[in-house]
Design a protein around this ligand. Sequence first.
Ligand SMILES: *[C@@H]1O[C@H](CO)[C@@H](O)[C@H](O)[C@H]1NC(C)=O
Ligand SMILES: *[C@@H]1O[C@H](CO)[C@@H](O)[C@H](O)[C@H]1NC(C)=O
Ligand SMILES: *[C@@H]1O[C@H](CO)[C@@H](O)[C@H](O)[C@H]1NC(C)=O
Ligand SMILES: *[C@@H]1O[C@H](CO)[C@@H](O)[C@H](O)[C@H]1NC(C)=O
Length: 350
Amino acid sequence: MQYSRLSPVFVLLLMLSIALYYNVQVNATTDAQQKLPKTGNLVSNFKVPKASDSKKAPKSTKGGCQPHLNVAFLKVHKCASTTVSHVIFRFGHEHDLLVALPAKTDCDIIGHFGVIRDEDYEPPPGGRRWNLFTHHAMYNRSRFRQLMDPDTRYITILRDPLQRLQSAFQYHKFETRFPGMKKETANGTAYITTYLKKPSFWDLQFIPHENIIDRENFCFRNCMSRDLGLQKKDYDNHTAVQAFVQGIENDFTTVMIMEYLPESLVLLKRRMCWTLRDILYDSSSWVKKSTYSLQSVFTREMVENFERHNHADVVLYARFKELFLKQIKEEGVGFKEEVKHFKRVNDKEK
Ligand SMILES: *[C@@H]1O[C@H](CO)[C@@H](O)[C@H](O)[C@H]1NC(C)=O
Ligand SMILES: *[C@@H]1O[C@H](CO)[C@@H](O)[C@H](O)[C@H]1NC(C)=O
Ligand SMILES: *[C@@H]1O[C@H](CO)[C@@H](O)[C@H](O)[C@H]1NC(C)=O
Ligand SMILES: *[C@@H]1O[C@H](CO)[C@@H](O)[C@H](O)[C@H]1NC(C)=O
């Protein structure tokens, strides 16, 4: 995790907090304190000014909603989820929430392949349940229901599946895990193009990572669906995939789309009744497409191979992108303005 990249944002927030502290006479104990699992920091003790209401986005704070504090963010691999998880971590820190942490400090995953044992996480004090989850983990409905506060909202982020694989291929240097792939790839050409000529063949050549954590991180087939709990045996079962996608739709209140990150965060903010400040993110750590050094021209055949091989992810992404576009359209005119404003503020804050 790249915490160092967060520091400008933290400094900014600290300054904001101090400014607010001196402007507002903070009275010690309030309702908010009693309701929160942990008592105390100054942000949670007074009403955070809201830029908008949850649905209609009026400018006044009158009759404003209460910020929703219990959130499980399923951090899907290579979907800008680290950028979003920093936002969620900061929210937890500011509101003094009980955040799920792995038992091992150098581990970015909680549990292994969908099984979260009690020894995989830092036990919450007093046997309480988590307010916030923002690590990698494979979504396991029943287990998350046991561990999270009952009032938790589930959120996640998806990305165009082919772009996601391209990003993972470069990030993890997958060519080193598929023996023979380098030899078969022309100089200056991205290894993913070799993979996409015959994905089923290459899958059998794959050498899994020695380290159990990276074994889970190094994923190259239906990875978003896998992270959200689809079993491998169901990858090619269209009925099971349909049921899986429906299940995610039922369980998750907001599914963000990486290609629309600012829009996604503003939508999240409105639904959670958070503030603009809550969703500021580090756009400098944003990996741009232009950073790919190797050329990847996907032929029609490669794209078709990809889509056949990753049916679940294609269906999942198509469904939630459609839903997302419909949702932001329903937010109305004020939404576009708010996104514009948010982008301006966010880029200035860097
Ligand atoms: C703090 O509490 C006192 C006494 O209850 C009250 O008079 C004062 O207005 C409060 N200040 C704020 C900022 O809420
Ligand atoms: C989900 O968690 C339960 C424990 O609550 C475990 O028994 C089960 O195997 C897990 N499911 C999967 C698919 O890993
Ligand atoms: C391919 O790359 C290698 C190593 O960088 C280089 O030595 C070789 O000349 C390149 N071959 C061609 C045909 O560009
Ligand atoms: C496909 O999934 C459905 C729903 O889970 C199941 O009933 C069916 O047996 C599966 N088919 C195969 C061939 O595994």
